[in-house]
Design a protein around this ligand. Structure first.
Ligand code: PA5
Length: 434
């Protein structure tokens, strides 16, 4: 079977003062400590146990089969923000494209269309609610803390629009208990007999994609959880291998760390795939919220190839040398198209004739890597054999582990978010004292 690969040629040849060997023992001890703390609640590393939670995978699969066979719903509306939304968005868009809702029910094989409300933008809330058949909509409300304003307010509006049956059409995903006491959503669910999927206490929002938070919405849209689980188990073994050359999470964290020491404070994630735009949004949250602390961190940036070759690439190539660029290459694109030969119309078209579209995209990627290397801009490339459930899940888990390692290397806690909590508290205070 093909494997995910990382290519460091354009990194090791360019970045100076890189000493992987000098840090490898430290990195492996960080990894061992992360895994050793899986069952220790305050360590917040419960996400490392999720690949092995067969009961959870089974429960979600059973639930989705029940929803499908009931034929009651056509649409799924997910209400949640940050870690309670982005993971599901990343999985669904990467695997089903952002055109999923435009497919017929037959093409969707009976799985649900999906919309996400992850902001208090009244225009979006009104537009989404008004174009759904509300009596055919399943509402999945997700909040670990259980009272997040950006989630609760759209839920209250949706209740007003749907009417008395609203809670019968809801699923809640929340924690049973929060550090402030019981979750509001949990209490509400109990009161109205809403099915509740619990979020484990030691799984933080941005590390929760492989709990019900990400998996339930994804499975309702036809993402194959057995393949997700297989990819996660592969990643789980890979991340514990004590060899920097094969442990992609370790080598990625080290590259990011040495670039940070060299004052490259920007980390660009640039997949050559439009389907991975939300995936990068998920990563941006993971990286920024985990590592940006104590005046440390590197700013994550989204770029999409080849689109951003006609935009940000100018800055990457000739602007300040303050970035580490990480490309994601899809080796074999699904449902690829062959360019027809219309060289009779214009001889210039001959260069494209017979090529697969995905091949041209990858030729562009290789050309960009080369151009950046010639400008002495360090870059690394992660290659996925295909964009499918197995590899996308494997990559997401590897990025989670890499983020945790990088945070530890910088001496910050990658699992808290005091800066976010503070703004949440001030908002609550302002609303309560109206
Ligand atoms: O990573 C995090 O902890 C945050 O981004 C949360 O996911 C986000 O603030 C939403 O919180 P909650 O799920 O409690 O509503």
């Amino acid at each position: 079977m093909s494997k995910i690969k990382i290519d460091l040629t354009n990194y090791l040849g360019i970045e100076k003062n890189v000493d992987f060997r000098g840090l490898q023992d430290k990195v492996f001890s960080i990894i061992s400590n992360l895994y050793a703390s899986k069952s220790n609640l305050p360590a917040m590393t419960g996400w490392l146990s999720l690949p092995h939670d067969s009961g959870m995978f089974q429960q979600i699969n059973d639930f989705v089969s029940k929803i499908k066979s009931s034929d009651q719903y056509q649409h799924l509306l997910v209400l949640g923000i940050g870690g309670s939304s982005l993971g599901a968005q990343a999985l669904i868009e990467s695997l089903k494209t952002n055109l999923w809702n435009r497919l017929s029910a037959t093409k969707r094989k009976g799985y649900l269309t999906v919309d996400f409300i992850d902001n208090l933008d009244p225009v979006i809330i009104r537009t989404v609610l008004s174009r759904l058949k509300l009596d055919k909509t399943l509402f999945v409300v997700i909040s670990k803390a259980g009272g997040t304003v950006e989630t609760i307010v759209p839920m209250l509006i949706a209740k007003e629009w749907v009417g008395e049956n609203f809670y019968k059409q809801c699923i809640f995903i929340t924690s049973v208990e929060t550090h402030h006491g019981a979750s509001t959503l949990f209490d509400l669910g109990k009161k109205h007999q809403v099915p509740i999927f619990p979020i484990p206490e030691n799984v933080g929002g941005r590390y929760s994609v492989f709990s019900s938070v990400g998996l339930l919405p994804a499975a309702l849209c036809g993402v194959d959880l057995n393949e997700v689980k297989a990819g996660l188990l592969e990643a789980d073994s890979l991340c514990q291998i004590q060899d920097i050359r094969t442990n992609i999470a370790a080598s990625l964290a080290l590259c990011a760390y040495f670039s940070y020491l060299a004052n490259r404070n920007i980390f660009v994630l640039m997949p050559y795939s439009t389907c991975m735009r939300r995936f990068v949004d998920w990563f941006i949250q993971l990286w920024a919220e985990s590592i940006g602390k104590n005046q440390k961190g590197s700013t994550p940036i989204c770029a999409i190839g080849a689109t951003d070759q006609h935009s940000q690439l100018q800055l990457f190539n000739e602007g300040p040398n303050d970035k580490l660029i990480c490309f994601v290459k899809i080796n074999k694109h699904k449902r690829d198209l062959t360019v027809p030969d219309y060289s009779d119309d214009n001889l210039n078209f001959r260069a494209y004739a017979g090529h697969k579209v995905g091949q041209i995209l990858n030729i562009e990627l290789d050309a960009t890597r080369r151009a950046l290397a010639e400008s002495k801009k360090p870059n690394i490339t992660i290659t996925l054999p295909e964009l499918n459930e197995f590899y996308i899940s494997e990559l997401m888990y590897i990025l989670e582990v890499a983020t945790a390692i990088k945070g530890n290397l910088l001496g910050v806690n990658p699992f808290d978010q005091p800066g976010v909590e503070l703004a949440k508290r001030y908002t609550k205070e302002a609303l309560t004292n109206k």
